[in-house]
Design a protein around this ligand. Structure first.
Ligand SMILES: [Zn+2]
Length: 303
């Protein structure tokens, strides 16, 4: 599941490639992924300019020039893909792709099955497709648990109101983090993964931050020292920043030319490494279940 780093990388790509473009065509292939009736959603979004894209936790917000917003959450397997006008070679030979706009209309009139066949690189079944004013095509794929909602300002605020602090918010300090943990019960890992506490931290980065801080995922919050709380916060922020710098852990590229995405995969120290030697002490990495999710840890480096 994408977490803060992966969503931040999407945000950066979108601001570089999609910002200031108009949405000229809309194809809703999975009606349940949008919050309005399909034709109504198309009418609402069509012709609007994308003024910019922001992120809160694991959410991306497209700011439209009509004062409305598109809020998307990828959940487990949602993915974005951008077909830029220089990517025609990714389509099958028999398609008439000499003109970018031909390519765009062909895609926008296709079914999800056709699209997957035509565009081998597509990271899943297309749920919603936008044709943009520069001829490029933006795919929202596999929005089965995830979604793309057209919202007014008030609806957006209501939706995001319950979210906890974003780990990349420069106004959030280690002191704020420690304060949030005061008088809290339970184990630290489920707390870290609860978006009402800190938003955008999932299984991968909670495991990594706890390893880096030397704290077992099962440790009770009430037993953490002040130092451990500060170290945990600093570890979390620095791992998230490293991951963004190195490409995050998403397997699927954002576009045909994207060889940056996924660069952080090789850097995980405990996540998904059960049975392998700890990179620090050679002890075998263990896996256990904490709060219904897999926790990976080194029994020697973490206490
Ligand atoms: Zn170790």
């Amino acid at each position: 599941m994408p977490e803060v780093p992966e969503m931040e990388i999407y945000k950066n790509y979108l601001n570089q490639w999609v910002k200031d473009k108009h949405i000229n065509k809309v194809n809703v292939l999975r009606a349940k992924s949008v919050n309005l009736e399909s034709s109504e959603f198309c009418r609402a979004v069509m012709g609007k300019k994308i003024d910019g894209i922001s992120r809160r936790g694991k959410y991306l917000v497209f700011h439209l020039n009509d004062g409305h917003f598109l809020l998307t959450h990828m959940m487990l397997d949602g993915r974005l893909f951008l077909l830029t006008t220089d990517s025609e070679t990714m389509l099958e030979q028999e398609s008439d792709v000499s003109q970018p706009m031909t390519l765009q209309s062909e895609i926008l009139e296709s079914s999800a099955e056709d699209l997957k066949q035509k565009l081998k690189m597509l990271p899943g079944r297309a749920s919603v497709v936008f044709g943009l004013s520069d001829g490029s095509v933006l795919f929202f794929c596999s929005l089965t648990l995830g979604y793309l909602h057209y919202l007014g300002q008030e609806q957006l605020e209501r939706k995001l109101r319950e979210l906890g602090k974003d780990p990349l918010d420069s106004k959030v300090s280690a002191q704020d983090f420690s304060q949030l943990l005061e008088r809290k019960r339970g184990m630290i890992k489920p707390w870290l993964m609860n978006p009402k506490n800190i938003s955008g931290v999932g299984n991968a980065y909670s495991n990594e931050a706890l390893f880096s801080a030397g704290v077992l995922p099962t440790r009770l919050i009430s037993q953490l020292s002040s130092n451990e709380k500060v170290t945990l916060f600093n570890s979390l922020v620095s791992i998230i920043k490293d991951s963004i710098r190195l490409g995050g852990d998403m397997e699927e590229p954002f576009a045909a030319w994207d060889d940056f995405t996924g660069g952080y995969n090789a850097y995980f120290k405990v996540y998904d490494r059960a049975g392998k030697p700890c990179l620090v002490c050679q002890e075998t990495i263990q896996k256990t279940e904490v709060g219904g999710r897999n926790a990976f840890f080194c029994p020697h480096c973490q206490q």
